[in-house]
Design a protein around this ligand. Structure first.
Ligand code: GLA
Length: 384
């Protein structure tokens, strides 16, 4: 009797083992216990934009599991740090540095010079009059010094200038900016030189959106060539990558990576997300941002949309993997769809689904697609 029970147990055990081993290869859609940084971390840094309130509980676990680089979504911008009374507020940004250190992560600095999210008073004197060029350069120097010295090498690279390029027309520069209005184009070179003088070890980036659009790429190349010819210490280009799944074109991304790296510059993807909505269009005359035009209707995140987005993400990561010698960092703009800025912009409350993780932090189809073998497996060399 005892022998029969033992052999029954053996048969059962073998059955379980056989079932475990013969369930066949995992398909691209099946959950796998991999993290983004395990898959891509040896090719480039894998980052996320975060705010300090996310650095707790399950969000913190998610962040440290998937990412090895952080960008402050808002609190390292002038509006987060600079106060009109001359005080500087590093409290929030320091929480990010602290979390990054505790988890062995790098931090990208974002951003020093920007026309947006910089208090209006930054450009005014005590009497409320616009600063002269010389006075604004003094303020720039003081701001850079306090900020860059505060973070030291805990921040290894900086978006020194953000969004200084024109979106249309023949000119290179965004002209509707207090920086440009007061200083003309010179403030760009000045910003890089000032940052380099303060921390010669920091890698310095020009960061912008629309950089895979041929005309804007052309403007960027013109400006970068000019800066490099003048010996301005610019080390890399940040391609923001706020893209749209209906219009993203992989070949344009490749062209931009080539164009910037041919100038000898490092390339980073700094703010990746992929909206599922039709391309934004500005409101028509008399229409508000929140109008009910077809582009503004809330979409249901159907399996078809999830599949289309997964295909686009796959194309993006195919290109990134083919260019690992040119790209040092890839940062997503947010940790999950729940916290994306695209839930509020360009239409408040229009729920978007632009990232690799859903509102419950669960991996989406696109996540499995970009992390599925053999995509990230090292090539197998035959002995001959
Ligand atoms: C730009 C900025 C970022 C952020 C995003 C939207 O791309 O560079 O700092 O504000 O817009 O959230």
């Amino acid at each position: 009797m005892k022998i029969r029970v033992n052999s029954m147990i053996l048969i059962l055990l073998s059955l379980v083992t056989a079932l475990t081993f013969f369930q066949g290869p995992l398909s691209a859609e099946e959950p796998r216990e991999v993290s983004l940084k395990e898959v891509y971390g040896s090719f480039f840094d894998v980052g996320s934009a975060v705010s300090p309130f996310l650095l707790h509980g399950e969000n913190a676990g998610h962040i440290s599991r998937h990412f090895n680089s952080l960008t402050a979504e808002n609190c390292m911008k002038p509006a987060g740090i600079w106060r009109p009374d001359g005080n500087f507020n590093f409290q929030e940004a320091d929480k990010i540095i602290h979390f990054a250190k505790a988890n062995g992560m790098k931090v990208r600095g974002h951003t020093l010079v920007w026309h947006s999210q910089t208090p209006n008073e930054f450009f005014l004197d005590a009497a409320g009059k616009r600063l002269t060029k010389e006075a604004l350069y003094l303020r720039m120097e003081d701001y850079f010094q306090k900020v860059m010295n505060h973070f030291g090498n805990d921040v290894w690279c900086w978006d020194v200038v953000n969004e200084v390029l024109a979106d249309w027309g023949d000119g290179i520069y965004r002209t509707k900016s207090p920086w440009f209005e007061i200083c003309g184009e010179d403030f760009i070179a000045r910003a890089f030189k000032t940052a380099h003088k303060i921390n010669p070890e920091a890698k310095l980036f020009l960061n912008d959106y629309g950089l895979i659009n041929p005309q804007k790429r052309e403007r960027a190349v013109k400006l970068l060539k000019k800066l490099l010819a003048e010996g301005v210490p610019v080390h890399g280009v940040g391609i923001q990558a706020h893209w749209n799944m209906n219009t993203f074109q992989a070949e344009e991304l490749q062209k931009s990576i080539d164009a910037f790296s041919e100038l000898g510059l490092d390339v980073q993807i700094t703010e990746l997300d992929l909206s599922v909505y039709p391309i934004r269009r500005p409101p028509m005359p008399g229409e508000s941002q929140n109008s009910k035009s077809s582009e503004n209707q809330k979409l249901e995140y159907s399996p078809e949309i999830a599949e289309k987005q997964a295909v686009k993400y796959e194309q993006i990561f195919d290109i990134l993997r083919e260019n690992t010698d040119k790209i040092s960092s890839v940062t997503f703009w947010g940790i999950s769809d729940r916290y994306s800025w695209l839930n509020y912009f360009p239409v408040r409350g229009r729920t978007d689904h632009p990232l690799l993780f859903d509102r419950q932090l669960q991996p989406k189809k696109a996540f499995y697609r970009v992390t599925a073998p053999p995509r990230y497996c090292p090539p197998v060399f035959s002995p001959n």
